[in-house]
Design a protein around this ligand. Structure first.
Ligand SMILES: [Zn+2]
Length: 185
């Protein structure tokens, strides 16, 4: 790697650490000629193939700018957008392909955006899926409601009241073993 300051053709790695939950490696380098230091970030190549046929490197910033428009006026902060973009990148990288269609990036945005904000999700989905009439919104809203209802009724094991759970297997073992009083001797 050329030194960006003096163009010396070599540099020495002085520190290297994982960044972005392992998606990238950040290396601190020193130039043996001018002694200046600089940082490089190494990620597996991930290219987005646009509908026009052009390609560009995957960019979280582009994911965020696309979603930000849909979130206009909604209670979604920058941290949430950054987390969403990270989730999207993890999803598309998990496909194992070095090149991914722009359409699939949009698809990877839908699920986390639905969890983030329902109005932003509907706005984004309407553009992404090309809703051209009210009926398309109605279908999407019905699906969104069904999803929310499913989430609301799903039992989270972490919030089950332990005291309410039968200790002896419930219906399969209706007669718990008698509890012997342990009297003081
Ligand atoms: Zn240098």
């Amino acid at each position: 790697m050329h030194c960006p300051f003096c163009r010396h053709p070599d540099s020495r790695v002085v520190d290297s650490r994982e960044a972005d939950d392992g998606v990238a490696i950040r290396r601190r380098r020193a130039c043996p000629a001018c002694n200046k230091r600089f940082t490089t970030v190494e990620t597996a190549s991930l290219t987005v193939l646009k509908r026009s046929g052009a390609t560009e490197p995957f960019s979280r910033a582009k994911v965020i700018s696309g979603v930000r428009k849909a979130c206009s006026g909604r209670p979604v902060d920058e941290d949430a957008l950054a987390r969403l973009a990270q989730q999207v990148e993890e999803t598309v990288r998990a496909s194992g392909c070095a090149e991914i269609a722009a359409h699939d990036v949009g698809l990877a945005i839908l699920a986390p955006l639905r969890e983030l904000d329902d109005v932003a999700y509907l706005r984004f989905a309407s553009v992404y899926r090309g809703f051209d009439d009210v009926a398309a919104f109605e279908v999407e809203i019905a699906e969104l409601r069904a999803h929310q209802a499913a989430l609301a009724t799903a039992v989270d094991p972490a919030v089950v009241d332990v005291a309410a759970v039968p200790r002896y297997g419930g219906a399969h073992d209706p007669a718990p073993p008698p509890v012997h009083a342990t009297s003081a001797r």
